[in-house]
Design a protein around this ligand. Structure first.
Ligand code: ADP
Ligand code: ZN
Length: 744
């Protein structure tokens, strides 16, 4: 006999499914005592109506005496187990969100809204009786709807009820009437909406590993068995065989009877990626990402929940998949900023993965060609293990990177050209040889800084060593870290040039210039403007792969892990753009972008070349990228972050206030700071409210308050309290970003 420990407890602590960050005590009725567990979803009387909530705790007694009783269980098996609830609580505390927001994050909407029955689909088929043609003709004049539904059914065979309803254009009650007349039979079927149903996938076998791969795998296996180390950073260039290591590590986990989660950035969650995992593990794979229909997501989630699928591959939110006996979490391309969720709670999937790993006692494997500084630092201080794959599997050389000093170019030509002579010549030689070129411009943050086009000078705050941001409203420059302001110089302080307010090179302008230079070339631009339709993105890439395009021009979008064997030249039009973001991470970003871009060239039989145009040829990020010197750059960058107490030596919280009236937004910001300040310890640095680098978006004025401290708790907790107390005008929106990646 199984004894349940839960029936001893009489009180359930319940979080209600409306935005309240509180727990309420409810009495557990005798009849439910054996079934109510932590994580159970329950129906409860609340105020004057019934609502739903989650049991987040159980207790023997409550301080209150007038407790209401739970009404019933929504689902018998809890949708969230204790660990996931603990994780949700952690997310709420860490990212200054409510527990209810955190629960929404860990449990997909499709699952919250529809119970397990959402999947059960009612099928309808015609009975023998309905096949009587005379009867149908008698029905037609009286009940044209019923007749039409029968017509459809007789010609299609069995259909799902909603299908038939849609096809015949009738209401569901028509089908009911037919059922009453015994003309149709309705039965319960479970059909799985399979996002991969249409694909035929060839099974693959594990490859014999190269020594470095074998070493890495051994380390991962040890981590899976002993949790020593509990997290591993796998650093290897693109094509060095990281994915093969993931596949074999997952096989190991499966053989132990455990499950695995693989996170990939949304952009690289292509059919090819999924195919590789399906090819190895077949139906044991479930897929979760944002492009699934509600039904597909629901069904995939339940396949995992019922342990029919033991491996989950997906984007950010797949991290919360209810995999039982989790043995391994893989985070591929762990440095990708898209792992940070843009909505509240703004969690970072890599960091939460490490936390879930700790809570579940499972190994975490982070893979990247250019690991984030935070991860590198965690290796340095012994928190993560490190495995390195130094070569590409095909032993192809990394491309040669040439740095073009645009100041020299400007002096030689008398003015600044967008295409340097070297780059133009290199493109021409590719066109002559029918090879492909990618031109790359990272436009982000461009308009907000002041750059001298003649010498590349950029105004920087000497206190904070980040770029000053140009604000049109006040015609001044502002430090986004400390709030200091400065005048816009009339001439460049470095070279005296008067055209200092450099404006407007974008991909569009480059496209026009390239087309005038090479009128016969087939040129295509790809950026957020040309790819607003979901399809256009794949269309352009397809055409490029099929070599129907000679020169592809784009923003960072084209730097992501795409493989084009025909590309032998990559040009970076203006490497300084990402250097000039008003953000202390700009050097790291630039370095990573250049490494990624370099990885795009020369994947075929011809070695590649990368040409980088810059005004700052000696900048450490650019020099280190040229030497492909990851460790060197990161060590140097860590030192400067340590000096200025920037992450990873502190945590940074960015609170953004937004609203239609600048006055009100600024005032709310000041009010918030006034209430927050007394709650903060002296170790917390606070700046603001100051206008955000993008001080106005879509008519909304934006202000920011920036907090920094070695302890997240020292900021999250007071912030959460303050936000609860703060009386803010309804039109002012407020978002808290803990460990903000960007401060735009
Ligand atoms: P990454 O994930 O680092 O980009 P992949 O795992 O995709 O690298 O490997 C790149 C290519 O090399 C793939 O086509 C893969 O099948 C192949 N490959 C990986 N490991 C081996 C191996 N040990 N032997 C032969 N081919 C391999
Ligand atoms: Zn400053």
């Amino acid at each position: 006999m199984i004894l349940s420990v839960h029936c001893m407890q009489k009180i359930a602590k319940v979080v209600v499914e409306i935005a309240l960050d509180r727990e309420f005590d409810y009495r557990i009725p005798e009849a439910l005592a054996a079934q109510v567990r932590i994580g159970s979803r329950v129906r409860i009387p609340f105020g004057h109506s019934m609502t739903r909530g989650y049991v987040v705790g159980l207790a023997d007694h409550s301080d209150r005496h007038d407790l209401k009783a739970l009404d019933s269980l929504v689902s018998p098996k809890p949708l969230l187990d204790e660990t996931m609830l603990k994780l949700a609580r952690w997310i709420g505390d860490y990212y200054a969100a409510t527990i209810e927001q955190a629960i929404r994050t860990v449990l997909p909407c499709a699952v919250r809204r529809h119970g397990a029955r959402f999947r059960e689909q009612r099928d309808v088929c015609a009975t023998e009786l309905a096949r009587d043609a005379a009867l149908l003709e008698k029905l037609r004049p009286k009940n044209p709807g019923q007749a039409s539904a029968l017509d459809h059914l007789l010609s299609h065979g069995t259909m799902a009820v909603p299908e038939l309803v849609a096809a015949a254009g009738v209401s569901a009650s028509v089908i009911k009437s037919l059922e009453k007349k015994k003309l149709v039979l309705i039965s319960l079927g479970t059909r799985r909406r399979d996002p991969l149903a249409a694909q035929i996938i060839l099974p693959t076998q594990p490859l014999t590993l190269f020594p470095e791969q074998a070493e890495a795998l051994a380390m991962v296996k040890q981590s899976i068995d002993t949790l020593k180390p509990s997290a591993i950073l796998l650093h290897g260039v693109t094509g060095s065989g990281k994915t093969e290591v993931y596949l074999q590590a997952i096989r190991y986990v499966l053989d132990k009877g455990q499950g695995a989660i693989v996170l990939v950035p949304e952009i690289s969650l292509t059919p090819q990626t999924v195919e590789r995992f399906r090819g190895r593990f077949g139906d044991a794979i479930a897929v979760l990402h944002s492009h699934l229909s509600d039904g597909e997501r629901h069904d995939e989630w339940y396949r995992i929940y019922e342990s029919k699928a033991r491996i989950v591959i997906g984007a950010r939110s797949a991290l919360f998949a209810p995999v039982e006996k989790l043995g391994l979490i893989v985070v591929d391309e762990e440095h990708e900023p898209s792992y940070k969720q843009a909505d509240v709670p703004r969690y970072h999937a890599r960091d939460v993965a490490v936390m879930r790993g700790q809570m579940e006692g499972c190994a975490v494997l982070l893979g990247s060609a250019s690991p984030a500084l935070e991860s590198f630092y965690n290796v340095r201080r012994g928190k993560y293990g490190l495995a390195v794959l130094t070569h590409r599997v095909d032993h192809r050389q990394m491309p040669v990177m040439r740095i073009i000093d645009m100041r020299v170019e400007a002096e030689r030509e008398g003015h600044v050209n967008i295409l340097s002579r070297e780059l133009a010549e290199a493109i021409k030689s590719r066109l002559d040889r029918a090879e492909q070129t990618m031109l790359f411009l990272n436009r982000r943050g461009f308009a907000t800084t002041v750059i001298c086009p003649a010498c590349g000078f950029v105004a920087t705050c000497d206190q904070c060593s980040i770029k000053l941001t140009y604000h049109k409203n006040g015609e001044n420059l502002r430090c986004h870290m400390c709030g200091r302001t400065a005048k816009v110089p009339a001439r460049c302080p470095a070279c005296g040039d008067r055209t200092i307010k450099f404006t407007g090179i974008g991909t569009q302008r480059i496209e026009a210039i390239v087309k005038t230079f090479f009128p016969k070339a087939r040129v295509q631009r790809m950026d957020a403007d040309t790819t607003s339709r979901k399809l256009a993105f794949h269309e352009i890439l397809g055409a490029f792969k099929a070599r129907k395009i000679d020169i592809l021009i784009g923003t960072q979008m084209i730097a992501k892990g795409l493989h084009f064997p025909g590309v032998t030249l990559v040009g970076v039009i203006y490497a300084d753009l990402s250097l000039h973001m008003p953000d202390f991470r700009s050097a790291e970003r630039t370095f990573q972008l250049l490494l990624q871009v370099a990885g795009r060239a020369g994947r075929g039989d011809v070695p590649g070349e990368v040409i980088v145009q810059t005004f700052n040829p000696m900048h450490p990020a650019i020099q280190a990228a040229r030497r492909l010197d990851y460790q060197g750059f990161m060590d140097q960058e860590l030192e400067s972050r340590r000096e200025l107490v920037y992450p990873p030596f502190s945590h940074l919280v960015c609170v953004t206030l937004e609203g239609p009236s600048e006055e009100t937004v600024a005032m709310t910001g000041r009010m918030m700071v006034k209430q927050l300040q007394p709650k903060l310890t002296p170790a917390v640095k606070l700046a603001g409210p100051i206008p955000a680098p993008f001080s106005r978006i879509k008519g909304q004025f934006r202000y920011q308050v920036i907090l920094r401290s070695p302890s997240v708790k020292a900021m999250s907790r007071p912030l959460k309290e303050t936000l609860c107390e703060l009386k803010r005008p309804a039109k002012v929106r407020l978002a808290v970003d803990v460990d903000a990646l960007s401060m735009m």
